[in-house]
Write a protein that binds this ligand. Sequence first.
Ligand code: A3P
Length: 301
Amino acid sequence: PRDKGWVVNHLFNYQGFWHTTRQLQGVLASQKLFQAQQTDLFLVTTPKSGTTWLKAMAFAILNRDRYPCNNDHHPLLYSNPHDLVPFLELKLYVDNNVPDFTNFVSPRLFSTHMPYISLPDSIKNSKCKIVYLCRNPRDTLISLWHFTNKLRPKTIGNISLEEAFEKFCKGVSLCGPFWDHVLEYWKQSLEMPERVLFVKYEEIKEEPKVHLNRLAKFLGYPFSVEEEKLGVVDEILNLCSFDSLSNLMVNRMGKLLTGEDNKAFFRKGEVGDSGNYLTPEMIQHLDVITENKFIGYGLEV
Ligand code: A3P
């Protein structure tokens, strides 16, 4: 099945989830060609859940010996996080070739928007770890709506909030249905807590230190007492903060290797901005869907 897309082209449904053509090509190629290593680390999200932020934090955690965060030459100061931590399906596999991974140091750090059902078997069957970042559906939708309108050519015009809302509620959004995507990984995190860490955008915003520590521990790179004393955790949080990343020249001007404007990934970075756009009825409608989808699973977003 296909749907006239949010962006420009149609979205295609594969294994119950909606993809752009480019993304679907990448999913299929990854399924066919990707060979996971036991030490690989995956950052998984639905679009606009805070992927950029998670990539920055994970990159900074893993590379802090090579690149101390108080150093003027830190890669995050000169490259967009999406160029440092590539999407498996959006960059590496779209051309249907086995990409060159020789530049990837171990543990290899990747990201993906793929739903759990579509992950390559070699990932599912390996011991590699997955961090899943979830954001509440209201803010995710508003962020996605803004992002989509930034990417749409002026000649096509904007998608209205009403249309975006209707599609999102029906599950027709990039990598949607949003709720099914979240729930699949939530279930995996309950079944295999040593392999899948489930994190919420709102929780990191509220207690950044607690969650950066949790993330570092799960990834196998816990902070030492010495590092805590030296303020390394704060340095990483500062470097990866919305204010810091969004004000860097590279993120205000440049383009990703995949072509999108770097600045499109930074808008407000707040919790609850959806309240400025959605009517009380829209919010209630979304809340009812969320409740119905998540009932019995112990998941609140
Ligand atoms: P808003 O549109 O609500 O501002 P993704 O990275 O998955 O594409 O998600 C983008 C959303 O994350 C945007 O949300 C963006 O502003 C926000 N974001 C980007 N960098 C962030 C950071 N360092 N801290 C918090 N939020 C961030």
